[in-house]
Design a protein around this ligand. Structure first.
Ligand SMILES: Cc1cc2nc3c(=O)[nH]c(=O)nc-3n(C[C@H](O)[C@H](O)[C@H](O)COP(=O)(O)O)c2cc1C
Length: 351
């Protein structure tokens, strides 16, 4: 089992390598009837693409998504949707110098330890490029959620030690030295109804954390106040309840919209913390696959900071997770099941 599938009802499988001919996703469990065209993918795919600026790699691909199945006359059919993204700007020779060594901070050593063999071109499956397929699947999840009034706002808030808005000079200096920086992404989901998620092993916060941790270079995730809650007190951390026009609401949202693993109807607030990009131009100690110590300085095209390109990946994984939990939740109550099957009188129960 290679762990390439995610979700239960809305199930996403990604496939393909950084330097193969193409990569893509198969999305199973998307409800039928969703309007979907290839143009729908462009805005989110463009948010993940390198823009040639200070914060991203020089590798540039159009990342056009081709729909191979599951859509007929502009609408999803309820069958698996196969999405294809061609790799058009890969230069495998970029990586020949690292074929025989382990890049510090990257996945090379782990892959060799597990498989005894690895696709060294750009990190293969462990490349950030794999996340293009997740964003393509995320487009579909976000479209379904938007039809239910659920939206996302996602931003990079810090680069290394500096607020994002002031980070230009900081990144320029690091980049000129051949170094890289960490980053922090804030993702807020609005309009998620109360009651989504399961109480024990599949708590919504546990699933969201797992989803975000599955993105390369994510080293910590906060839900709501997250780690700050450990320094707080009960009186400061609890979100006091109020009644507003017959609805239960809270005065604050320290919990980040989830209590007991189940959504409260408040904004779901997530932070993903990315480590600095492992591939750096500075000289580092490493060893060869044969166990000989040596030095390496990584050439090739790399993102000096991961957050700016990965923010939309965080959003996509959050959307996929929330949609799957939402669809699973439809079977939680007998009256919902009866309503779905047109038993308007409700379930027939013994007295
Ligand atoms: C969108 C995105 C872009 C990335 N770009 C690079 C890159 O250019 N160079 C690099 O060395 N790592 C990059 N990474 C990080 C590696 O994929 C990641 O650090 C590596 O797979 C090791 O996994 P780990 O850091 O989760 O342990 C990127 C990750 C993401 C999500």
């Amino acid at each position: 089992m290679s762990g390439s599938s995610f979700g239960t009802i809305f199930r996403v499988t990604t496939w393909g390598e950084s330097h193969g001919p193409a990569l893509g996703a198969v999305v199973d469990g998307c409800p039928a009837g969703l309007p979907l065209t290839e143009d729908d993918f462009t805005p989110l795919m463009n948010r993940r693409r390198p823009d040639g600026g200070l914060m991203s790699t020089a590798r540039s691909e159009e990342d056009r998504v081709e729909i191979l199945s599951g859509v007929f006359e502009g609408r999803t059919t309820g069958t698996p949707i196969s999405l294809l993204i061609r790799n058009t700007d890969h230069i495998s020779s970029d990586y020949s110098s690292i074929a025989g060594i382990y890049r510090p901070g990257h996945a090379d050593f782990g892959f060799d330890a597990k498989y005894g063999f690895r696709d060294y071109r750009g990190g293969g499956r462990s490349s950030g490029r794999e996340t293009a397929a997740r964003v393509a699947a995320g487009v579909i999840a976000e479209k379904v959620l938007a039809s239910l009034g659920i939206s996302f706002e996602t931003n990079v808030v810090r680069i290394g030690d500096v607020p994002f808005a002031e980070s230009g000079e900081y990144v320029r200096k690091l980049r000129s030295k051949g170094d890289s920086a960490g980053s922090e992404v804030l993702c807020v989901a609005r309009g998620v109804p109360a009651g989504i998620g399961d109480p024990v092993f599949r708590k919504l916060d546990a699933e969201l954390a797992g989803a975000l941790f599955s993105i390369g270079a994510v080293k910590a995730v906060d839900v709501g106040d997250g780690r700050l809650a450990a320094r707080s007190t009960g009186s400061a951390n609890n979100d006091a309840f109020r009644a507003e026009s017959g609805r239960v609401v809270t005065r604050t949202n320290h919990s980040g919209g989830i209590l007991g693993g189940i959504s409260t109807g408040n904004d779901i607030v997530l932070r993903a913390y990315f480590k600095p990009t492992p591939s750096i131009g500075l000289t580092q100690d490493t060893v060869t696959r044969d166990g000989v110590e040596c030095e390496t300085a990584i050439r090739g095209r790399h993102d000096p900071v991961i957050g700016p390109r990965a923010a939309v990946v965080v959003e996509s994984m959050a959307a996929i997770t929330i949609l799957d939990a939402l669809l699973r939740g439809m079977s939680a109550r007998l009256d919902s099941v009866a309503g779905f099957y047109g038993r308007e009188e409700g379930p027939v129960l013994p007295d």
